[in-house]
Write a protein that binds this ligand. Structure first.
Ligand code: PMP
Length: 376
């Protein structure tokens, strides 16, 4: 039986990427590795539309978040943490471990962060040095409009804006330099369409300057150690990098950089959401403006959502379930990879099959989804 991975990370990796990963290893202190690293840096600069370089090290997304916390927060820092779900909470927890004072701003899971909520928290805490945001809250499928949030912040005493982009970068626009993000953390296994194992951190000039003046409590995550070798003519990694994952990332970025990629992801998400609703499911994110281009969360209106997940798995389709307060109450399907009409049909057809006898009529879910797909 064929298996279809629809979890929001890891996501399916293309054959081109897998084949590149199978290439023989090269040493990580030689010119061949530096050239590969430089190519990846150039592609990431195009993706993020930024001149700065991206630190890449072996870790998962949580490691990237921990790196930001270790370099920018500590007992001397007041941090505003805006969370709308499990991953916003995780960023907060990691940061609290550095001894930072945390101001919690909680948004109802399933709803997006409105710019005014973040702006008010910053206005009320002019002594806050750091603001934590999540671009795409994977536990609910909420996409936060980071550009609008940052534009709404007061100009004076603006804290460093640290963004969890673990499940956004690659699948949706994220332009840190243009938007005023100071530090962006991401990982390889979602929007970057690469196997798990690489963490990526991008910093603004202001953040690099701040990192220089702070003592990092971690050896491995110390960004100044990274900077020393990253900015050499022949860039390197201070520690042994997983070279095969660099091959994979280099190849995956070529697909992501194709014209219209973000638009394709958005259209696929809209078509899938429309079909899911037409089948009789409830979408968790009610406001379409905040729906993620990478992952969609839904439940059965009046029924047994975990039974649908189980039925999907029995026919070879693997979605993710709910997390935190939604444990056992949600299905989450991802669409980070090259999901187009055939893959949407597969997802909707499988959901229909999983619904089985629970549903009397087919409805017009395919027609509804196709209508949204065609919509410009
Ligand atoms: N932040 C977000 C938004 C995520 O989606 C995830 C992973 N689902 C993480 C952080 C943690 O990443 P990892 O599992 O790679 O450590």
């Amino acid at each position: 039986m064929n298996k279809y991975l629809m979890t929001p990370g890891p996501v399916p990796v293309s054959t081109e990427v897998s084949l590149k990963e199978a290439r023989p290893l090269i040493g990580h202190r030689g010119s061949e590795f530096s050239e590969l690293f430089s190519n990846i840096e150039a592609k990431l600069s195009r993706l993020l539309e930024s001149g700065g370089k991206t630190v890449i090290f072996p870790a998962s997304g949580t490691g990237a978040l921990e790196c930001l916390a270790a370099n920018f927060t500590g007992p001397d820092t007041k941090v505003i943490s805006v969370s709308c779900g499990v991953f916003g909470d995780r960023f907060r927890e990691i940061t609290a471990l550095t001894g930072a004072e945390i101001i919690n701003v909680d948004v109802t899971p399933g709803e997006g962060v409105s710019p005014s909520v973040a702006a008010r928290a910053v206005e009320e805490n002019p002594d806050a040095g750091v603001l934590l945001l999540t671009q795409n809250e994977t536990s609910t499928g909420v996409f936060n409009h980071i550009d609008e949030i940052i534009s709404a912040l007061p100009e004076k005493n603006r804290p460093l804006v640290l963004v969890d982009g673990v499940s956004s970068v690659g699948a949706m626009p994220c332009f840190p330099e243009r938007w005023g993000i100071d530090a962006l953390a991401t990982a390889s296994q979602k929007g970057l369409l690469t196997p798990p194992g690489l963490a990526l951190v991008w910093l603004s000039e202001r953040a690099w300057k701040t990192a220089e003046t702070r003592k990092c409590g971690s050896y491995y995550f110390d960004l100044m150690r990274q900077k020393k070798v990253l900015y050499k003519d022949a860039p390197e990694n201070p520690y042994t990098p997983p070279v095969t994952l660099y091959y994979a990332l280099d190849a995956a970025l070529d697909g992501i950089l194709e014209d219209g990629w973000f638009d394709l992801r958005r259209r696929a998400a809209r078509a899938l959401a429309t079909g899911i609703e037409s089948l009789g499911f409830d979408l968790l994110v009610r406001d379409e403006y905040y729906r993620s281009p990478g992952v969609t969360a839904f439940s059965l209106k009046s029924g047994d959502t975990p039974a649908i997940s189980k039925a999907l798995k029995s026919i070879g389709v693997e979605p993710a379930g709910g997390q935190g307060q939604f444990k056992g109450k949600l299905i989450r399907m991802s669409h980070y990879h090259d999901v187009r009409w055939p893959e949407i049909s597969l997802a909707l057809g499988s959901l229909y099959a999983a619904l089985g006898d629970a549903r009397q009529s087919a409805g017009d879910f395919m027609a509804a989804a196709f209508g949204r797909w065609e919509e410009r």
